[in-house]
Design a protein around this ligand. Sequence first.
Ligand SMILES: Nc1ncnc2c1ncn2[C@@H]1O[C@H](COP(=O)(O)OP(=O)(O)OP(=O)(O)O)[C@@H](O)[C@H]1O
Ligand SMILES: [Mg+2]
Length: 274
Amino acid sequence: MLAIRNLSIAFPGPDGPVRVVDGVSLEVARGESLGIVGESGSGKSMLSLATIGLLPRSARTSGEIRLEGRNILGMSERALCGVRGRRIGMIFQEPMTALNPAMTAGQQIAEGIRLHRAAGRAEARAEALRLLDRVRIPDPARRIDSYPHEMSGGQRQRVGIAIALALKPDLLIADEPTTALDVTVQKEILDILDELVADLGLSLILISHDLGVIARSTDRTLVMCRGRAVEQGTTEAVLRQPTAAYTRDLIAALPRRARAGLGAAAPLAAGDAR
Ligand SMILES: Nc1ncnc2c1ncn2[C@@H]1O[C@H](COP(=O)(O)OP(=O)(O)OP(=O)(O)O)[C@@H](O)[C@H]1O
Ligand SMILES: [Mg+2]
């Protein structure tokens, strides 16, 4: 479904181009979930923005991002519009910034449906209601007419997912979708993402700095460090038998109890005395 080959992304700097993504390759099959984990600034968001053709203008890229065979890099803006939303849905970390404060939840979900699927007003609203129900918003018939500021963080994130789903994408990219939420709501949002992969056969790229989130919701994991993919494999293998020193450090940095929850092998690294 998605195949990225040797992708590099650079920005102009005072001493020449600075590579923020450096030769990354990855694949995501239909119905599969890939976790991307790595420290802040390791290039996770740039990688995901490149995949939907939304990199800042100053970014320079090389390599390939193939979505069902077609290279996204070098696509015209017009062709990219068809890819965004309809093939790839994006869920952002802070839904307040992704949502339009001047439109109700229902209007924002229906907008995409009407634009991309030429649906009428009533049909789009009915579909928006169905989607709000699908992301398990309490009292969807009332929430459909709520504005973002009238909702909790968890409810806004559900609306964000419903907007992404409205165009029936094949691939969802969720960039730190639960970081701003408390643990209980985080679990509910991850449950919904798990369900979408299982029930609708969507592919999922889940970006998180939280190994617990990755362990719980992904089939395979890619570990990024300073723009490079330092480790890639089934999530179980990456957590149980990490080969890269950086991955071992990430796991070792977790509190003991969290590590036990991951089923991570111990001792994890030489000198790991905790
Ligand atoms: N417009 C830009 N111009 C120059 N450099 C940028 C620009 N946007 C991001 N960067 C740099 O690219 C690098 C990768 O950033 P990115 O946002 O992908 O990191 P990340 O892994 O998503 O981090 P986080 O976990 O904090 O979200 C960072 O060093 C950042 O400073
Ligand atoms: Mg980021």
